[in-house]
Design a protein around this ligand. Structure first.
Ligand SMILES: *[C@@H]1O[C@H](CO)[C@@H](O)[C@H](O)[C@H]1NC(C)=O
Length: 176
């Protein structure tokens, strides 16, 4: 079978955008991931099964959009993601991410779309994230969150279904 790995060198190349969709790549996102100068990276529907690399934080001056949807990523979200102050779209939905949302996400001062739905995240959705000035849509359905700041409820786009939130509709294990 042909080698199905993405060459690590890809992330050291001078490119504007990287799209790796619907492939069968089975590797862990490499440590040099964060060397990439792209403004857009879409890596969706692969089979990585690795971690969200902490080196993402090195892309703080250039990265506008990152979509790491449906890759089987299995780790915590590294606090370094909060360094991404130019980021407008952050989507890590449909993975197996664990732990809580790092408070550092409050540093994503330009973020508009935040999608962490369909993971195994827990803890709570903090006010520091929900009050981000440009946040339009915060989707965190299908996780195991046990709390959310009341101000999250007034975001224009918002989805907290299928968590473990007391007194919210459509939660896990609660008959509606
Ligand atoms: C918010 O984002 C989710 C996930 O991308 C999308 O399904 C939903 O339609 C969006 N909601 C609004 C109000 O834009």
């Amino acid at each position: 079978m042909a080698d199905s790995n993405v060459p690590n060198k890809l992330f050291d190349k001078y490119l504007d955008a990287i799209f790796i969709n619907h492939n069968r790549f089975q590797f862990e996102l490499p440590d040099n991931f964060g060397n990439s100068p792209v403004s857009v990276i879409v890596v969706a529907n692969n089979k990585f099964r690795g971690c969200v690399p902490a080196s993402l934080g090195n892309m703080l001056r250039t990265l506008n959009e990152i979509i790491l949807m449906e890759n089987g990523l299995r780790s915590c979200l590294p606090p370094e993601i909060g360094l991404l102050k130019e980021l407008t779209v952050f989507d890590v939905s449909f993975n197996e991410l664990m732990g809580s949302l790092p408070e550092t996400i409050a540093g994503m001062v330009k973020v508009e779309q935040l999608n962490v739905a369909h993971n195994m995240l827990s803890g709570s959705a903090p006010a520091s994230i929900c009050k981000l000035p440009r946040l339009d849509n915060f989707t965190f359905s299908y996780n195991f969150f046990t709390g959310e700041a009341p101000m999250c409820l007034s975001l224009p786009g918002f989805d907290d279904r299928r968590n473990c939130l007391p007194s919210r509709p459509a939660q896990r294990l609660l008959a509606q």
